[in-house]
Design a protein around this ligand. Structure first.
Ligand SMILES: Cc1ncc(COP(=O)(O)O)c(C=O)c1O
Length: 379
Protein backbone atom coordinates (compact mmCIF):
# COMPACT_ATOMS: atom_id res chain seq x y z
CA UNK A 1 0.00 0.00 0.00
CA UNK A 2 1.25 3.46 -0.89
CA UNK A 3 0.57 5.46 2.28
CA UNK A 4 0.47 9.25 2.15
CA UNK A 5 1.60 9.11 5.80
CA UNK A 6 2.95 5.75 7.04
CA UNK A 7 2.84 4.80 10.71
CA UNK A 8 6.61 4.95 11.10
CA UNK A 9 9.62 5.45 8.90
CA UNK A 10 13.34 5.10 9.32
CA UNK A 11 15.90 7.08 7.33
CA UNK A 12 19.55 6.16 7.28
CA UNK A 13 22.14 8.65 6.04
CA UNK A 14 25.68 8.44 4.71
CA UNK A 15 26.89 8.05 8.33
CA UNK A 16 25.18 4.65 8.70
CA UNK A 17 26.12 3.58 5.17
CA UNK A 18 29.79 4.46 5.72
CA UNK A 19 29.88 2.75 9.11
CA UNK A 20 28.39 -0.47 7.72
CA UNK A 21 30.71 -0.34 4.71
CA UNK A 22 33.71 0.00 7.02
CA UNK A 23 32.65 -3.18 8.85
CA UNK A 24 32.22 -5.07 5.59
CA UNK A 25 35.66 -3.90 4.44
CA UNK A 26 37.22 -4.93 7.74
CA UNK A 27 36.18 -8.55 7.21
CA UNK A 28 35.29 -9.03 10.92
CA UNK A 29 31.54 -9.44 11.11
CA UNK A 30 30.53 -10.43 14.60
CA UNK A 31 31.17 -9.46 18.23
CA UNK A 32 34.35 -7.45 17.79
CA UNK A 33 35.61 -3.93 18.35
CA UNK A 34 32.54 -2.19 16.92
CA UNK A 35 30.20 -4.04 19.27
CA UNK A 36 32.50 -3.27 22.22
CA UNK A 37 32.41 0.43 21.30
CA UNK A 38 28.62 0.38 20.86
CA UNK A 39 28.25 -1.16 24.31
CA UNK A 40 30.62 1.40 25.86
CA UNK A 41 28.76 4.29 24.24
CA UNK A 42 25.33 2.98 25.20
CA UNK A 43 26.48 2.47 28.80
CA UNK A 44 27.80 6.04 28.88
CA UNK A 45 24.61 7.44 27.38
CA UNK A 46 22.31 5.62 29.81
CA UNK A 47 24.63 5.90 32.81
CA UNK A 48 24.62 2.12 33.31
CA UNK A 49 27.73 0.31 34.55
CA UNK A 50 27.34 -2.54 32.05
CA UNK A 51 25.68 -2.67 28.63
CA UNK A 52 25.57 -5.88 26.57
CA UNK A 53 24.44 -5.86 22.97
CA UNK A 54 22.25 -8.79 21.95
CA UNK A 55 20.20 -10.08 19.01
CA UNK A 56 16.96 -8.43 20.15
CA UNK A 57 15.05 -7.34 23.25
CA UNK A 58 13.09 -10.59 23.50
CA UNK A 59 16.25 -12.64 24.11
CA UNK A 60 17.48 -9.93 26.46
CA UNK A 61 14.35 -10.37 28.60
CA UNK A 62 14.73 -14.15 28.40
CA UNK A 63 18.32 -13.99 29.64
CA UNK A 64 17.31 -11.68 32.47
CA UNK A 65 14.66 -14.14 33.65
CA UNK A 66 17.19 -17.00 33.48
CA UNK A 67 19.89 -15.05 35.29
CA UNK A 68 17.45 -14.17 38.06
CA UNK A 69 16.75 -17.87 38.52
CA UNK A 70 13.13 -17.69 37.36
CA UNK A 71 11.74 -21.08 36.34
CA UNK A 72 8.84 -23.53 36.48
CA UNK A 73 6.39 -22.84 39.30
CA UNK A 74 7.45 -19.19 39.58
CA UNK A 75 5.35 -16.16 38.69
CA UNK A 76 6.39 -12.82 37.24
CA UNK A 77 4.02 -9.85 37.35
CA UNK A 78 3.83 -8.18 33.92
CA UNK A 79 1.54 -5.63 32.23
CA UNK A 80 -1.03 -6.96 29.79
CA UNK A 81 -0.90 -3.77 27.71
CA UNK A 82 2.44 -4.56 26.10
CA UNK A 83 3.95 -6.42 23.19
CA UNK A 84 3.65 -10.17 23.65
CA UNK A 85 7.46 -10.51 23.97
CA UNK A 86 7.30 -9.18 27.56
CA UNK A 87 5.17 -12.13 28.65
CA UNK A 88 6.77 -14.66 26.30
CA UNK A 89 10.18 -14.10 27.88
CA UNK A 90 8.69 -15.23 31.19
CA UNK A 91 7.06 -18.27 29.61
CA UNK A 92 10.32 -19.45 27.96
CA UNK A 93 11.62 -20.24 31.46
CA UNK A 94 8.54 -22.30 32.40
CA UNK A 95 7.32 -19.55 34.74
CA UNK A 96 3.87 -17.94 34.56
CA UNK A 97 3.22 -14.30 33.64
CA UNK A 98 0.67 -12.74 36.00
CA UNK A 99 -1.05 -9.85 34.30
CA UNK A 100 -1.52 -6.46 35.93
CA UNK A 101 -3.73 -3.56 34.89
CA UNK A 102 -2.78 -0.09 33.66
CA UNK A 103 -2.87 2.92 35.96
CA UNK A 104 -5.56 5.06 34.32
CA UNK A 105 -6.95 6.32 31.05
CA UNK A 106 -4.22 8.96 31.09
CA UNK A 107 -1.37 6.72 32.31
CA UNK A 108 -1.15 3.49 30.33
CA UNK A 109 1.76 2.10 32.36
CA UNK A 110 1.41 -0.71 34.90
CA UNK A 111 -0.51 0.13 38.07
CA UNK A 112 1.16 -0.42 41.43
CA UNK A 113 -2.22 -1.23 43.03
CA UNK A 114 -2.72 -3.94 40.42
CA UNK A 115 0.83 -5.27 40.95
CA UNK A 116 -0.01 -5.56 44.65
CA UNK A 117 -3.13 -7.55 43.83
CA UNK A 118 -1.17 -9.95 41.61
CA UNK A 119 1.35 -10.79 44.36
CA UNK A 120 1.39 -14.43 45.55
CA UNK A 121 3.96 -16.52 47.43
CA UNK A 122 5.21 -17.66 43.99
CA UNK A 123 6.01 -14.17 42.72
CA UNK A 124 9.71 -13.95 41.82
CA UNK A 125 9.93 -10.60 39.99
CA UNK A 126 8.05 -7.65 38.55
CA UNK A 127 8.55 -6.74 34.90
CA UNK A 128 7.43 -3.24 33.98
CA UNK A 129 7.18 -1.73 30.49
CA UNK A 130 7.62 1.97 29.79
CA UNK A 131 4.77 2.37 27.31
CA UNK A 132 5.71 4.66 24.40
CA UNK A 133 8.76 5.71 26.44
CA UNK A 134 6.71 7.19 29.31
CA UNK A 135 8.04 6.21 32.71
CA UNK A 136 6.29 3.73 34.96
CA UNK A 137 6.08 4.97 38.55
CA UNK A 138 9.57 3.68 39.31
CA UNK A 139 10.11 5.28 42.74
CA UNK A 140 6.93 3.73 44.18
CA UNK A 141 7.20 0.42 42.31
CA UNK A 142 10.82 -0.01 43.41
CA UNK A 143 10.05 0.84 47.03
CA UNK A 144 7.21 -1.70 47.06
CA UNK A 145 9.32 -4.38 45.32
CA UNK A 146 12.21 -3.83 47.69
CA UNK A 147 9.89 -4.25 50.66
CA UNK A 148 8.86 -7.63 49.20
CA UNK A 149 12.41 -8.67 48.21
CA UNK A 150 11.52 -8.73 44.50
CA UNK A 151 13.74 -7.60 41.60
CA UNK A 152 12.25 -5.18 39.07
CA UNK A 153 13.02 -5.84 35.41
CA UNK A 154 12.46 -2.95 33.01
CA UNK A 155 11.23 -3.73 29.51
CA UNK A 156 12.68 -0.53 28.07
CA UNK A 157 12.03 -1.51 24.44
CA UNK A 158 10.33 1.86 23.83
CA UNK A 159 12.58 3.89 26.08
CA UNK A 160 15.92 4.66 24.38
CA UNK A 161 16.37 8.31 25.36
CA UNK A 162 13.67 8.35 28.10
CA UNK A 163 14.48 9.82 31.49
CA UNK A 164 12.81 10.16 34.87
CA UNK A 165 14.31 12.58 37.39
CA UNK A 166 17.33 12.81 35.08
CA UNK A 167 17.96 9.04 35.30
CA UNK A 168 17.66 6.99 32.11
CA UNK A 169 14.80 4.47 32.10
CA UNK A 170 16.12 0.93 32.15
CA UNK A 171 18.65 1.89 34.84
CA UNK A 172 16.14 2.22 37.70
CA UNK A 173 15.50 -1.47 38.34
CA UNK A 174 17.86 -4.44 38.55
CA UNK A 175 18.19 -4.61 34.80
CA UNK A 176 16.78 -2.94 31.67
CA UNK A 177 16.25 -4.32 28.16
CA UNK A 178 16.14 -2.17 25.01
CA UNK A 179 14.95 -3.05 21.50
CA UNK A 180 16.56 -1.81 18.31
CA UNK A 181 13.90 -3.34 16.03
CA UNK A 182 13.27 -1.53 12.73
CA UNK A 183 10.52 0.77 14.03
CA UNK A 184 12.31 1.72 17.25
CA UNK A 185 13.82 5.15 18.01
CA UNK A 186 17.27 3.60 17.70
CA UNK A 187 17.06 1.13 14.86
CA UNK A 188 19.42 -1.62 13.73
CA UNK A 189 16.82 -3.83 11.99
CA UNK A 190 17.01 -6.44 14.74
CA UNK A 191 19.03 -5.85 17.90
CA UNK A 192 18.87 -5.03 21.56
CA UNK A 193 20.82 -4.11 24.68
CA UNK A 194 20.79 -5.19 28.33
CA UNK A 195 21.93 -2.68 30.93
CA UNK A 196 22.70 -3.32 34.59
CA UNK A 197 24.89 -2.07 37.41
CA UNK A 198 25.16 -5.59 38.84
CA UNK A 199 28.58 -7.17 38.12
CA UNK A 200 27.42 -10.73 38.81
CA UNK A 201 24.40 -10.46 36.52
CA UNK A 202 26.53 -8.87 33.79
CA UNK A 203 28.93 -11.81 33.95
CA UNK A 204 26.01 -14.22 33.64
CA UNK A 205 24.70 -12.33 30.61
CA UNK A 206 28.12 -12.65 28.94
CA UNK A 207 27.96 -16.42 29.39
CA UNK A 208 24.30 -16.85 28.45
CA UNK A 209 24.71 -14.71 25.33
CA UNK A 210 27.35 -16.99 23.87
CA UNK A 211 26.69 -20.68 24.64
CA UNK A 212 28.01 -20.44 28.20
CA UNK A 213 31.55 -20.26 26.74
CA UNK A 214 34.36 -18.72 28.77
CA UNK A 215 36.05 -17.11 25.74
CA UNK A 216 34.85 -15.79 22.40
CA UNK A 217 36.18 -16.17 18.87
CA UNK A 218 37.21 -12.52 19.13
CA UNK A 219 39.33 -13.17 22.26
CA UNK A 220 41.06 -16.05 20.50
CA UNK A 221 41.58 -13.98 17.34
CA UNK A 222 43.29 -11.33 19.44
CA UNK A 223 45.54 -13.96 21.02
CA UNK A 224 43.92 -13.60 24.46
CA UNK A 225 42.88 -17.25 24.68
CA UNK A 226 43.58 -20.59 22.99
CA UNK A 227 40.55 -22.54 24.07
CA UNK A 228 37.41 -22.30 26.13
CA UNK A 229 35.26 -24.10 28.63
CA UNK A 230 31.45 -24.22 28.69
CA UNK A 231 30.26 -23.43 32.19
CA UNK A 232 26.52 -22.78 31.68
CA UNK A 233 23.66 -23.74 29.39
CA UNK A 234 23.86 -20.77 27.06
CA UNK A 235 22.49 -19.56 23.76
CA UNK A 236 23.55 -17.74 20.63
CA UNK A 237 21.97 -14.37 21.47
CA UNK A 238 24.82 -12.29 20.01
CA UNK A 239 24.64 -9.22 17.83
CA UNK A 240 26.90 -8.68 14.80
CA UNK A 241 29.30 -5.90 13.88
CA UNK A 242 27.08 -4.65 11.04
CA UNK A 243 24.20 -3.96 13.40
CA UNK A 244 26.50 -2.52 16.04
CA UNK A 245 27.92 -0.10 13.47
CA UNK A 246 24.39 0.97 12.60
CA UNK A 247 23.57 1.26 16.28
CA UNK A 248 26.51 3.55 17.02
CA UNK A 249 25.45 6.00 14.32
CA UNK A 250 21.80 5.79 15.39
CA UNK A 251 22.78 6.46 19.00
CA UNK A 252 24.51 9.69 17.92
CA UNK A 253 21.29 10.79 16.22
CA UNK A 254 18.98 9.66 19.03
CA UNK A 255 18.82 12.88 21.11
CA UNK A 256 17.95 15.09 18.12
CA UNK A 257 15.47 12.55 16.73
CA UNK A 258 13.74 12.23 20.11
CA UNK A 259 13.54 16.01 20.46
CA UNK A 260 11.77 16.14 17.09
CA UNK A 261 9.41 13.35 18.20
CA UNK A 262 8.48 15.34 21.32
CA UNK A 263 7.89 18.47 19.20
CA UNK A 264 5.56 16.47 16.99
CA UNK A 265 3.68 15.06 19.99
CA UNK A 266 3.16 18.60 21.30
CA UNK A 267 1.88 19.66 17.88
CA UNK A 268 -0.46 16.63 17.78
CA UNK A 269 -1.85 17.64 21.18
CA UNK A 270 -2.51 21.21 20.04
CA UNK A 271 -4.02 20.33 16.67
CA UNK A 272 -6.14 17.47 17.99
CA UNK A 273 -7.51 19.74 20.74
CA UNK A 274 -8.39 22.28 18.05
CA UNK A 275 -9.69 20.10 15.20
CA UNK A 276 -10.59 16.75 16.72
CA UNK A 277 -11.17 17.09 20.47
CA UNK A 278 -13.07 13.79 20.62
CA UNK A 279 -9.73 12.01 20.26
CA UNK A 280 -7.91 12.21 23.59
CA UNK A 281 -4.16 11.90 24.05
CA UNK A 282 -2.91 10.07 27.15
CA UNK A 283 0.18 10.92 29.21
CA UNK A 284 -0.79 14.57 29.67
CA UNK A 285 1.65 16.11 32.20
CA UNK A 286 3.41 12.76 32.69
CA UNK A 287 6.58 12.93 34.80
CA UNK A 288 9.96 12.64 33.11
CA UNK A 289 11.10 13.02 29.51
CA UNK A 290 9.69 10.45 27.11
CA UNK A 291 11.50 9.15 24.03
CA UNK A 292 8.15 9.60 22.29
CA UNK A 293 8.31 6.18 20.67
CA UNK A 294 4.69 6.06 19.50
CA UNK A 295 1.67 8.39 19.40
CA UNK A 296 -1.25 6.69 21.16
CA UNK A 297 -4.69 8.31 21.13
CA UNK A 298 -8.03 7.19 22.56
CA UNK A 299 -11.27 7.17 20.63
CA UNK A 300 -14.41 8.30 22.42
CA UNK A 301 -16.35 5.57 24.24
CA UNK A 302 -18.58 3.66 21.87
CA UNK A 303 -16.73 4.70 18.68
CA UNK A 304 -16.17 1.99 16.08
CA UNK A 305 -12.38 1.61 15.96
CA UNK A 306 -12.30 -0.58 12.88
CA UNK A 307 -14.38 1.95 10.99
CA UNK A 308 -12.15 4.76 12.16
CA UNK A 309 -9.02 2.91 11.03
CA UNK A 310 -10.65 2.11 7.67
CA UNK A 311 -11.50 5.80 7.34
CA UNK A 312 -7.87 6.73 7.99
CA UNK A 313 -6.69 4.10 5.51
CA UNK A 314 -9.01 5.40 2.80
CA UNK A 315 -7.37 8.82 3.34
CA UNK A 316 -3.88 7.31 2.98
CA UNK A 317 -3.02 7.41 6.68
CA UNK A 318 -1.62 4.30 8.34
CA UNK A 319 -2.66 3.65 11.94
CA UNK A 320 -2.08 0.79 14.34
CA UNK A 321 -3.08 -0.59 17.76
CA UNK A 322 -0.77 -0.74 20.79
CA UNK A 323 -1.72 -3.25 21.96
CA UNK A 324 -4.25 -6.04 21.88
CA UNK A 325 -3.90 -6.96 25.60
CA UNK A 326 -1.76 -10.06 26.03
CA UNK A 327 -4.16 -11.72 28.50
CA UNK A 328 -6.81 -11.86 25.76
CA UNK A 329 -4.67 -13.87 23.32
CA UNK A 330 -5.72 -17.49 22.82
CA UNK A 331 -2.33 -18.78 23.90
CA UNK A 332 -2.47 -16.80 27.15
CA UNK A 333 -6.11 -17.14 28.17
CA UNK A 334 -5.49 -20.38 29.97
CA UNK A 335 -3.69 -19.67 33.20
CA UNK A 336 -4.24 -15.94 32.87
CA UNK A 337 -6.47 -14.09 35.25
CA UNK A 338 -10.03 -13.51 34.11
CA UNK A 339 -10.51 -10.52 31.84
CA UNK A 340 -12.63 -8.88 34.51
CA UNK A 341 -9.49 -8.50 36.63
CA UNK A 342 -8.07 -5.96 34.16
CA UNK A 343 -11.03 -3.63 33.59
CA UNK A 344 -8.99 -0.56 32.66
CA UNK A 345 -6.75 -2.41 30.22
CA UNK A 346 -9.77 -3.97 28.52
CA UNK A 347 -11.66 -0.70 28.28
CA UNK A 348 -8.79 1.56 27.22
CA UNK A 349 -7.05 -0.90 24.86
CA UNK A 350 -10.30 -1.27 22.90
CA UNK A 351 -10.30 2.49 22.22
CA UNK A 352 -6.59 2.93 21.53
CA UNK A 353 -5.37 3.85 18.08
CA UNK A 354 -1.78 4.76 17.23
CA UNK A 355 -1.14 7.68 14.89
CA UNK A 356 1.94 8.13 12.66
CA UNK A 357 5.07 9.35 14.42
CA UNK A 358 8.69 9.44 13.23
CA UNK A 359 11.34 12.16 13.22
CA UNK A 360 11.02 12.99 9.51
CA UNK A 361 7.22 13.44 9.72
CA UNK A 362 6.57 17.03 8.63
CA UNK A 363 4.21 19.48 10.34
CA UNK A 364 2.12 19.51 7.14
CA UNK A 365 1.82 15.70 7.14
CA UNK A 366 0.83 15.78 10.79
CA UNK A 367 -1.94 18.26 9.97
CA UNK A 368 -3.16 15.83 7.28
CA UNK A 369 -3.33 13.07 9.90
CA UNK A 370 -5.34 15.22 12.29
CA UNK A 371 -7.73 16.36 9.56
CA UNK A 372 -8.17 12.75 8.45
CA UNK A 373 -8.89 11.78 12.07
CA UNK A 374 -11.53 14.51 12.34
CA UNK A 375 -13.16 13.40 9.07
CA UNK A 376 -12.92 9.68 9.90
CA UNK A 377 -14.69 10.26 13.20
CA UNK A 378 -17.49 12.18 11.47
CA UNK A 379 -18.21 9.55 8.82
C1 LIG B 1 7.31 -3.48 24.68
C2 LIG B 1 8.18 -4.39 23.88
N1 LIG B 1 8.85 -5.37 24.50
C3 LIG B 1 9.66 -6.20 23.84
C4 LIG B 1 9.81 -6.10 22.47
C5 LIG B 1 10.67 -7.08 21.77
O1 LIG B 1 11.71 -6.47 21.10
P1 LIG B 1 12.49 -7.21 19.93
O2 LIG B 1 11.68 -7.11 18.69
O3 LIG B 1 13.78 -6.44 19.84
O4 LIG B 1 12.70 -8.62 20.36
C6 LIG B 1 9.15 -5.09 21.78
C7 LIG B 1 9.32 -4.97 20.33
O5 LIG B 1 8.53 -4.49 19.59
C8 LIG B 1 8.30 -4.22 22.49
O6 LIG B 1 7.62 -3.24 21.87
Amino acid sequence: MNWIVPLSDVKFGSEEINAVTAVLESGWLTMGEVTAEFEKEFAAYTGAKHALAVSNATVALHMVCLALGIGPGDEVIVPSLTFVATANAVRYTGATPMFADITSENDLTISLASIERALTPRTKAVMVMHYAGYACDMPRILAWAQAHGLPVIEDAAHAAGSFLDGKHLGTWGKVGCFSFFSNKNLSTGEGGMIVTDDDVLAQQFHLLRSHGMTSLTWDRHQGHAWSYDVVAEGYNYRIDEIRSALGREQLRKLPANNTRRRELIALYRDLLAELCPALSVPFLSHPGVSAGHIMPALLPKGADRLRFMEGMKSRGIQTSIHYPPVHTFTSFREGARGADHLPLTDEVAAREVTLPLYPTLTDAQLRLVVEAARDSLRT
